[in-house]
Structures are given as C-alpha cells and as structure tokens.
Design a protein around this ligand. Structure first.
Ligand code: ATP
Length: 353
C-alpha cells in the first residue's frame, strides 16, 4: 500500500504538451480514478506513475520517496493494460507464475501464491487453459491475478473493461472493487466512462486537455462540479448559457432568451455564465422557491421507472427526469408544459465552453 503524489508534472511529446502541470495526491488504500475524454492525458499520467514514461519536469513521490527517476521495476507498481497482454503460448498457471519465477522464488511459494491469486479472481480450475481458451472476462481476470501475485504496492488499471460487453463490464467492475477492498491496496484506475468512474471510485480526478479540473468523491463531482466542463462531462445534464444582469451580494439575476431568473447564488467575476441543472432536479409540478418556465413538449422518453421529458423554451432545450407516472407519460410533443426548478438546484458557473 502506498501513497502517490504528483507535483507539477509536465509531459511534452515534441510540440504536444500532453500534461500541463498535474498535481495529485492519491491516498493509501484508495481506489482513485482518472476520468476524462480521449486525449486528455489519462494514460500518460498513468504511465508516468508506473515508471514506463518520465516527466519532462515535475516530480513523482511514493510515500516519502522521490521515484521520478526510478525504473518501473524499482517502484513496485504494476500496470494492467487494456488488451491484457497475456502470453498466448503460456497456460494460465504459467502466465500468473511468470513474475514470481523471475524473482526466483521457491517452487512451493510460487505454487501457493498462484493458487491464492487465482482464487481471488475466482479462476480456480483454469490453470491448464491457454488464453485463447478463455472468454474476455476470464482473460482480464488472469491479467489481474498476474498483477496481484507479485504483491504490488500499487495497482494501475488502464481502461481494464473496455474490451468487455456491457454485462461483463458491470460484473468485472464489482469484482475489481471487491478485490481492492479485500486487499486494501492502492489502485489507480483510468476510464473515459463517467458512470463506471462514479460506481467504482473513492475519489475521481476529472481531466481536460492535460490539466486536472477537479478532484473529489463521486458525489462531490456530480453534485458540486466546479467547472462547466466537469458538469457537462458527468452524465446527462442541462447547461444554459446566460448573462448576469444584476448583482446583490452573492445573489444575481441572470437572463437568457426571454427568461429572467432572480436570486441565484453566484460569486464569480465573469458575467457570461453557464447555468447547470441536473434533469432529476427539474419538477413538473410547482415546488417552493423555484423559477418557473413555460414552453412546449418536444419529446417524452420512457425508461421504465423514470421518464424524460424534453421541453423547448424559446431556443433552449431542457431535459426533465421524473418518476414514471401516467400524467407524465401522457404528455405529447407540442403540448404546453411548465418546468419548475428550485433556485438552490441551479448551479451558476463561469462560462467555459
Ligand atoms: P485515450 O482515452 O484516448 O487513451 P488519454 O486521455 O489516455 O486518451 P493520452 O494517451 O495520455 O490520452 O494522450 C494525451 C496526449 O498526448 C494526446 O494528445 C496524445 O496524442 C499525446 N501523446 C500520447 N503519447 C504520445 C507519444 N508517444 N507521442 C506523441 N504524442 C503522444
């Protein structure tokens, strides 16, 4: 178990600045996720932590040790790749035992540890199979067993579920969480899937073009995004661009189209703002201390226990998510509709996108 710190890590590839000065502090025994769109620098960050790549400037710390210039094997961190990288000509047992044989451990010790690791990933009985005789999910388990068998201080997982179908992804993400909890090991996990990140992580760092925009628990990131980018990246959300037209202490009045909302909380300097509203916070019946919007139904989408109603308000489209009831389901396109949003559920952020 190890604590990892990145201090002002910059990585340049020729003219491309992949990381623009990353600061992160990953705690002992934490499942920490790097989340962001393609090309934002997640894999580069992970490779630098693993020691498979070196920063152009900045430092990497494992506990109190500066590991910036140490090789991967000196660090005791193991990276599991997206494509698992199993040796096709070796049986499951030999794939898992490989790292231990390199360390020249006694045969009985190797046997004991391989058994332990295969049990941990629930693959007892598969020792004599070749990787091609396994499903994608089983191959992924072998890759995790092979990583864990050397008892790494730190496990790094780069999009480990991206080659699996939807059902297996769900199963394996619970498995990874279970194994991490059982061993109490520090895990750094990379994904571009916000739902996966929310489900699996203790904390998440949301990355955007080589920078970290926000670090927090899944709940903090979802409910209190600090930037428009983070808000719009974390699941389906409504973002309205508006202008601050009046200020009164930490309360502002904003306008967009023909709409005017008073009494919203905002302390930023910019007058160009983004109003962020989660679909599940929009009501179709009056609620206290709410703004009211009148428009027309554009779409009604039935998802089972909830329904999404898309409303059009001048040029603004808003999605409301509501528990499924007959009166909501009976709304039809072009029908008049009213949306009610509590002032406290409208997050006002400086416009960014
Ligand atoms: P993805 O989810 O698509 O894997 P990512 O967030 O992991 O993306 P990185 O692979 O870290 O992103 O890449 C960050 C940036 O650095 C990208 O612009 C990429 O093109 C660039 N980059 C990464 N590796 C190299 C390299 N070896 N040479 C040149 N540029 C690179």
């Amino acid at each position: 178990m190890v604590e990892v710190r990145l201090e002002n890590v910059v990585k340049e590839f020729g003219d491309t600045v992949a990381l623009k000065g990353i600061n992160l502090h990953i705690k002992h025994g934490e499942l920490f996720t790097l989340l962001g769109p393609s090309g934002c620098g997640k894999s580069t960050t992970l490779r630098i932590i693993a020691g498979l790549d070196y920063p152009t400037s900045g430092k990497v710390w494992f506990d109190d040790q500066d590991v910036t210039n140490l090789s991967s094997s000196e660090r005791g961190a193991v990276l599991v790749f997206q494509n698992y990288a199993l040796w096709p000509h070796m049986k499951v047992y030999d794939n898992v035992a490989y790292g231990l044989r390199l360390k020249k451990l006694p045969k009985e010790e190797i046997d004991r540890r391989v058994k332990w690791a295969l049990e941990l990933v629930k693959l007892q009985g598969f020792e004599d199979r070749y990787p091609t005789q396994l499903s994608g999910g089983q191959q992924q388990r072998v890759a995790i067993a092979r990583a864990l068998v050397v008892e790494p201080k730190l496990l790094l997982l780069d999009e480990p579920l991206s080659n699996l179908d939807a059902k297996l992804r769900l199963e394996m993400r619970s498995e990874i969480r279970r194994i991490q909890r059982e061993l109490g090991i520090t895990v750094i996990y990379v994904t571009h899937d916000q739902e996966e990140a929310m489900a699996i992580s203790d904390r998440i760092a949301v990355m955007n073009v080589g920078t970290v925009e926000q670090v927090g628990t899944p709940r903090e990131i979802y409910e209190r995004p600090r930037t428009e980018f983070v808000a719009s990246f974390m699941g389906k959300t409504n973002v309205i661009h508006a202008k601050v037209v009046e200020r009164n202490g930490d309360r502002v009045t904003v306008e967009f189209g023909s709409f005017r909302f008073e009494g919203l909380h905002y302390t930023g300097e910019k007058d160009d703002v983004a109003l962020v509203i989660r679909p599940e916070r929009i009501h179709l019946k009056p609620v206290e201390d709410a703004v009211e919007m009148e428009g027309k139904v554009d779409l009604v989408e039935y998802y089972g226990f909830f329904v999404e109603v898309v409303g059009i308000f001048d040029d603004t489209r808003l999605i409301a998510r509501s528990i499924s009831t007959k009166d909501v389901e009976n709304l039809r396109p072009t029908m008049p509709v009213k949306f009610y949003i509590k002032r406290e559920d409208i997050l006002v952020l400086p416009k960014q996108l």
